[in-house]
Write a protein that binds this ligand. Structure first.
Ligand SMILES: Cc1ncc(COP(=O)(O)O)c(C=O)c1O
Length: 294
């Protein structure tokens, strides 16, 4: 992806161009991926599902024992300050709370204070050709770690599993990778959730199968129920994706993205009109569910 020169960052109380922002070398977020984060959509109306994002961030922080000095209310304010500086245009916020600066060893107790950083950047658009054909995906040879290894429900800064799945897709000439859990069930894609439409069912893997509880996922489940789909969070195998009438991915950066093939075999596009219907309601819903940054 191209460098985004319009990106800005809130670092140590100041808003600076993101390319000039600096974080300390001994920050454990940098050294060990010891931290939590959110990727949040900014719309013309403000911040999408702000309270839900703050809850997910705080829950993840609590699960790994990271508590900012002035609490998560201060983190929320920083997200709002950064959004105000970004202005009323479409954007993407990366809100990070790391363990902070400490010793060179991993001991989290050597970090007296959590550090907060927030970046605002432009959004990315899928090319018209990709949108039309859908993504070509491979099944990654890596498995998503189970909850007793590294709980995928914690949106931590430790994304090596996701990065390596994406790298595998790149190396194999694909757009993205499907990641299975240790049981061989679909968890999600490298950094997005997976949905399958079959007849009147709209299904996505349960969080216990290794999916992050995505905000886009949550909104799509709500829209699906309103549209009369039988929606479900249930275990899916690769079979279910091949049997589906349409498969798509969801995420804050990408929105809803159709899948065209998996491991070289085409995925049905017969329910694409229904995906477009969900997509179009989702775009309106993003604005409706945005909270003013003040
Ligand atoms: C691992 C993973 N799964 C799914 C998602 C999609 O979640 P959301 O819709 O909240 O962006 C993300 C987003 O970054 C992610 O990192």
């Amino acid at each position: 992806m191209m460098r985004d020169d319009s990106a800005i960052a809130w670092v140590e109380g100041e808003i600076v161009p993101a390319r000039e922002a600096r974080i300390p070398l001994l920050d454990h977020g940098f050294l060990f991926g010891d931290g939590v984060f959110e990727g949040i959509r900014v719309t013309s109306a403000g911040i999408f599902r702000l309270e839900d994002h703050m809850k997910r961030l705080e829950t993840a922080g609590r699960a790994v024992g990271i508590e900012p000095r002035d609490g998560y209310a201060r983190v929320r304010e920083i997200a709002c300050e950064t959004t105000r500086a970004w202005g009323p245009r479409e954007g993407y916020l990366r809100l990070i709370v790391s363990r902070g600066v400490g010793a060179l060893g991993i001991d989290p107790d050597s970090c007296p204070e959590a550090a907060i950083v927030c970046v605002a950047a432009g959004t990315v658009e899928l090319s018209a050709e990709k949108e039309a054909r859908g993504l070509d995906m491979i099944t990654s040879s890596l498995r998503r770690p189970a909850g007793d290894v590294l709980d995928p429900r914690v949106k931590s800064l430790n994304y090596l599993n996701n990065v390596l799945a994406k790298r595998e897709a790149n190396l194999r000439g694909a757009d993205d990778a499907l990641v299975l859990n240790a049981l061989g069930l679909v968890a999600e894609a490298s950094a997005t959730n997976v949905f399958a439409i079959q007849a009147n069912r709209l299904d996505t893997p349960a969080v216990t199968d290794g999916a992050l509880e995505g905000m886009t996922r949550r909104t799509v489940l709500e829209i699906g129920a309103e549209l009369g789909f039988e929606v479900g969070e249930r275990s899916l195998g690769r079979f279910d994706l091949y049997a589906a009438d349409a498969v798509f991915l969801t995420g804050t950066r990408a929105g809803l993205v159709p899948v065209g093939s998996l491991d070289g075999s085409p995925i049905s596009q017969s329910a694409r009109p229904r995906v477009r219907e969900i997509q179009s309601i989702f775009e309106t819903r993003q604005v409706e569910l945005s909270v003013s940054a003040g």
